[in-house]
Design a protein around this ligand. Structure first.
Ligand code: DGY
Length: 313
């Protein structure tokens, strides 16, 4: 019987590797939870890809489960406390995706400040040929940007934006050594939002950061401010964000993540001052292959009785 279950719609390289290993594969954990009892009873490790909550009820469908190896650095879909209580280890895929996620954060900020999407439409629609005016854009260098959360991804975003000659500010629970380079630390997130022109959310997801970016923080950026989110939709009060964008109390937003994925709130679709992405910050061929490899390496380490490479609990 198979000891490993792979759950999710994996990238092509990972799918092939999973097939070669002969692991059991399901598209969704809810489907796997309905497999026959003997099949479920044999499973010791799950390679998990998905945002569907993997909580105690689903864990209990696999009585011999000892490892959940997550495909992604964010593991907010997995109830880690429930896993720990059951003696189940959880791993994730940090580092390999930090560059890509940081790149997309910069792309979203640039897309907003330099009106990249609107300018493309201006050319395609013939408006440029008709000599219709196109509004002036916003300068990136010399402006103040605030990063909420200075973990591995936040550090990469800050370094990139510093290279764009921006003045970097950051909020995190404590000052970070990586920021000795002149980035300004704020111990009060609202005060930082009041001090900067633009902000990027790079917080971890989960209960601890639910609604962290409040209406007041959003509006502190003001009618010329831009907010970028590449972390989790749950970190922002999304209704307050949409209200502020609709009513001009926030200038614009670049969003890769949403509260109810894979659905973006339809009110976003009527807004011209947002750039929307389908949660794809880590979605390059190279990085997705690396994430899959690290996920599988954690499982192989477990099967060989060796220490896990990137344990969470
Ligand atoms: C992550 O790694 O948490 C990303 O959001 C996955 O897409």
């Amino acid at each position: 019987m198979n000891k490993v279950l792979a759950v999710g719609r994996f990238d092509a390289a990972s799918r092939q590797a999973i097939e070669e290993k002969g692991w059991l594969r399901y598209d969704a954990i809810t489907g796997a939870a309905e497999a026959d009892e003997a099949e479920r009873g044999a499973i010791e490790a799950v390679a998990y890809l998905g945002h569907h909550p993997f909580g105690p009820d689903l864990m209990d469908r696999f009585p011999n489960l000892r490892l959940i190896s997550n495909y992604g650095v964010g593991y907010d879909a997995i109830d880690v406390d429930a896993a720990s209580e059951r003696g189940i280890k959880v791993t994730n895929t940090p580092d390999v995706l930090s560059d890509d996620v940081a790149d997309l954060a910069v792309a979203l900020l640039l897309a907003q400040l330099r009106s990249v999407i609107k300018a493309d439409a201006h050319v395609r629609s013939g408006a440029w040929s008709r000599k219709e005016p196109f509004p002036l854009q916003r300068k990136m260098s010399g402006q103040k940007v605030g990063i909420l959360g200075l973990g591995r991804i936040g550090v990469e975003i800050a370094s990139r934006l510093a290279a764009f000659k921006m003045e970097v500010h950051y909020w995190s629970r404590s000052p970070k050594a990586e920021a000795a380079s002149g980035w300004t630390y704020h111990d009060d997130a609202l005060a930082m939002m009041k001090a900067v022109d633009f902000a990027v959310v790079a917080l971890v997801g989960g209960a601890a950061t639910e609604g962290f970016v409040t209406k007041e923080m959003i509006e502190a950026l003001g009618p010329r401010g831009v907010l970028v989110n590449i972390s989790r939709g749950t970190t922002i009060d999304e209704d307050a964000l949409i209200d502020a964008l609709e009513e001009g109390r926030l200038g614009g937003a670049g969003l890769d993540v949403f509260r109810n994925e894979p659905h973006a709130h339809t009110r976003f679709f009527d807004l011209e001052n947002v750039v929307l992405q389908p949660h794809q910050a880590s979605a390059t061929v190279e990085t997705r292959a690396d994430m899959g490899r690290l996920q599988r390496d954690n499982i192989e380490a477990y099967l060989a009785g060796q220490p896990l490479l990137t344990p969470v609990n």
